[in-house]
Design a protein around this ligand. Sequence first.
Ligand code: 2P0
Length: 311
Amino acid sequence: MAVAVAHPNVALVKYWGKRPGHGNVPATPSLSITLDGLTTRTRVDAAAENSLEINGERRRDAKVAGLVAALREEFALPAMRVTSCGNFPVGAGLASSASGFAALVTALDETFSLGLPASARAVWARRGSASAARSVFGGFVALDPDVGAATVLDRDEWPLEVVVAVTSDAAKAVSSTEGMTRSRDTSPFYGAWMHSTATDFDDACRAVHRRDFDALAATAEHSCLKLHALMLSTRPGLLYWNAATIDAMRAVRAMRDAGTPVFFTIDAGPQVKAVCLPAAAATVADRLGELAGVKRVMRVGLGAGARLVEG
Ligand code: 2P0
């Protein structure tokens, strides 16, 4: 048996849409930061029959079953018991599937001595959930559809912080996988999204290498708002925000206008992630925590990639 931990990641240049065909390959490149503090811990044991338990509940999960079936086509794997738990809500826009699949593949690799390097674990994790490829790595991580996932800057080379403003613990109504299929099939903006994302990716990578916070803020907010414009223009429209999401976005913009180095990003859920320089994190957390619709704030740094831990 083996136990692995992994952290969710938040994309600064977003992924939304897949290449046609197999392998769950994103249509566009994305850039993320891996988060510390929020953690999924997954144990894999060889067992008499397959089972999956998430946060103490026995579950069936088509994506986990699909990934294990795909691995079985490549490797001779016995049945296994997978036990996973996380310290944050599942399915609420906090990338629980990203940390979940990164931890699962890392634990499974060790349990069955597959000998996979991180780049190969990322390819397998991507088949479960594309964003999971990024959680295999720490710090600032690029996921290029042609090249794969890799760290572009280590976390201690530019130690940004993230204040997560949780505005709802409810699971999302439309999954990301379903939402992206709908956007591809129905949004008049999908072509523009596909064509403009590579530029955002290049701009953001350059900003990260230069540690240029203002440039990263501009590109990341643009990518986020463009993603949500794509979602809103999907039929039926995908509206992941609530009133507090908008209040938090406005509060972040007001802080930045007043000179605080902070920008927001939002995924397929109502939580707002405020990315800031460490000196600003306390102010940002206090301000967002005061907003009426914000249930709680979590302050996290940048995290390491998926790794084995003692059982
Ligand atoms: C991202 N999201 O880049 C974007 C932004 C959500 C909004 O990646 O279908 O759970 O399992 O590959 O990876 C969420 O999508 O979807 C996601 P699948 P995934 O972080």
